[in-house]
Design a protein. Structure first.
Length: 234
């Protein structure tokens, strides 16, 4: 339906596109909404928790999880204080000087062993050459005379010189022991019809060897203790 034509002088024609005002019966100017301006940002959406009915940010209200803190019950932050580790890249902690070790206690001198029972004090020298001669005679004389040579030395000088007596007693006990052994070896050799004929030679070799060793020690001023000897004379 079209608008009827207006008579001249009726005034300015209204804009046909203007909205109609039911109160005044005419168009309403300036009430139309303006077209949106391009480039204007749209209205910001409601941020959760910023308005009424939103969710509170974590940890800001009752019932939320509180952020880690360094208070009581929590783990303290790493620090370079006492008990902590130094920061990376820093100089290593200086260690104190190692305590010096004291000097080890010295050991006392080992106690000397006493003379074996029955031997008496071992002489270490001679008062004169006469004692030395009798001591050597007691050892070397046993090779030829057996126990007779040390027995003579003990009876001749034993009461005057303890040194000569000590040598004579050692040689006398050795000669008695191996003198008996030589007699037994000879008997065994005869009883076996010559099968063990070599036993007396073994005992003779023992007497010669150890008598020489005893004489050498006597020449050096040392008392020689014979092995494998039964010491009957004290």
């Amino acid at each position: 339906m079209t608008e009827p034509p207006r008579s001249p002088g009726d005034g300015s024609a209204s804009d046909p596109t203007a909205p109609f005002n039911p109160t005044s019966g005419g168009p309403t100017y300036g009430s139309a909404s303006q077209p949106p301006t391009y480039g204007t940002p749209p209205p910001a959406a409601d941020v959760p928790g910023s308005g009424a009915g939103g969710y509170p940010p974590p940890g800001s209200g009752a019932g939320g999880y509180s952020p880690p803190s360094s208070g009581a019950g929590g783990y303290p932050p790493p620090s370079s204080g006492a008990g902590g580790y130094p920061p990376a890249g820093g100089p290593p902690p200086a260690y104190g000087q190692q305590p010096g070790y004291g000097q080890a206690p010295g050991y006392g001198q080992a106690p000397g062993y006493g003379a074996a029972p029955g031997y008496g004090a071992s002489p270490t020298g001679y008062a004169n050459n006469d004692e030395k001669t009798w001591a050597m005679l007691a050892h070397f004389g046993g090779i030829v005379l057996g126990f007779i040579a040390p027995l003579i030395a003990m009876l001749a000088k034993g009461n005057e010189s303890p040194t000569v007596r000590a040598h004579a007693v050692e040689a006398l006990n050795f000669q008695i022991t191996w003198g008996v052994a030589s007699i037994l070896a000879a008997i065994v050799g005869v009883c076996t019809f010559g099968i063990l004929f070599f036993l007396p030679f073994i005992t003779l070799a023992v007497v010669v060897i150890f008598s020489i060793l005893g004489g050498i020690k006597a020449n050096e001023g040392t008392l020689y203790h014979y092995p494998m000897t039964v010491r009957l004379v004290k």
